[in-house]
Write a protein that binds this ligand. Structure first.
Ligand code: SAM
Length: 284
């Protein structure tokens, strides 16, 4: 990195409650020469609240490639920049990937200024397992594609995290009930950090009935979290003896055969042994 090049700061902003901004984020937003923001009018309100009048440039999914060129030139000439989204952490279901990749490819510095993200906030209060999770962002808008995506996730043992907007949340839960099963444990986190914050746990079918029964609850922004597939989760937490059998067999046999034989010896389902074998192979 050349000495006189600027730095791009990727700054997280609140997801509702304006107090959820770090001292470092405020300091950075004041100090940089320009802020790239998804919607400048929206972000102006946040900045005004904190008495920050740093100039802004709009950077959204429709203009990211062109604007990236301009911002790269500014960084090259030694100007420090910040990137913010409308809410939460940039690049997490928000623009900025193109810019961050380009800045890094140009050999310049990208510095995260961490803070809120709806995904992490929701998980932290969900009561679902958080040691491993899969962030899926928004499911496809069209029903067929949405169901296909859910089908692909049916056997996933890690906690699933989805973002959803008010107008699709009921459709999305309906598909989850049908594809993932009515009895699957889940948590809906709505309007986090805002006045009507609601975090509700239940079976998928219960959560759907609750939402359908109260139009008020369908308003706002949502994170839907779904417990991983229980049998697969059990496989993932395979007991040490069974895992040892599998590991020994994997030393002598091709993966598929090792999994099949481990299944016969341990009595565990074949696909669980296979899943575990794949994980062990990846980890080594
Ligand atoms: N970059 C953001 C982040 O770090 O969370 C996410 C932006 S994405 C365009 C917007 C989606 O995030 C919403 O549709 C909702 O699913 C989720 N979200 C954002 N704020 C939220 C909140 N306060 N409560 C619940 N979900 C929220």
């Amino acid at each position: 990195m050349a000495m006189n090049e600027g730095v791009l700061y990727v700054v997280a902003t609140p997801i509702g409650n304006l107090q959820d901004i770090t001292a470092r984020a405020l300091d950075t937003l004041k100090r940089v020469a320009r802020i790239a923001a998804e919607d400048t009018r929206h972000s102006r309100k946040l900045l005004a609240h904190y008495g920050i009048d740093t100039p802004m440039t709009a950077l959204h999914e429709h203009n990211e490639p062109e604007v990236t060129g301009t911002l790269l030139k500014m960084l090259h000439s030694g100007t420090d920049l910040a990137l913010i989204a409308d809410a939460g952490t940039p690049l997490i279901s928000d623009p900025g990937f193109y810019l961050v990749r380009a800045v890094r490819q140009a050999g310049m510095k990208v510095v995260p200024v961490p803070g809120p993200s709806a995904c992490i906030a929701a998980l932290s209060a969900s009561g679902l397992p958080t040691d491993r999770f899969v962030f899926e962002g928004f499911l496809p808008a069209r029903e067929h594609a949405r169901r296909q995506r859910l089908e692909a996730l049916r056997e996933e043992y890690r906690t699933l995290v989805f973002y959803e907007s008010s107008h699709r949340v009921a459709d999305c839960l309906t598909d989850m009930v049908e594809v993932l099963g009515a009895g699957r444990a889940a948590v809906v986190a709505r309007e986090l950090t805002k006045t009507f914050e609601t975090i509700r746990a239940g079976k998928l079918s219960e959560l759907l009935a609750w939402l359908q029964g109260d139009a008020q609850q369908q308003r706002g922004e949502f994170v839907i979290m779904v417990h991983g597939e229980a049998q697969a989760a059990a496989g993932a937490a395979m007991d040490p003896q069974a895992q040892q059998v599998l590991e020994l067999l994997m030393q002598e046999l091709p993966l598929k055969q090792a999994a099949a034989l481990a299944s016969k010896i341990t009595g565990l389902a074949k696909n669980l042994c296979y899943q575990r074998a794949l994980e062990l192979k990846k980890a080594n």
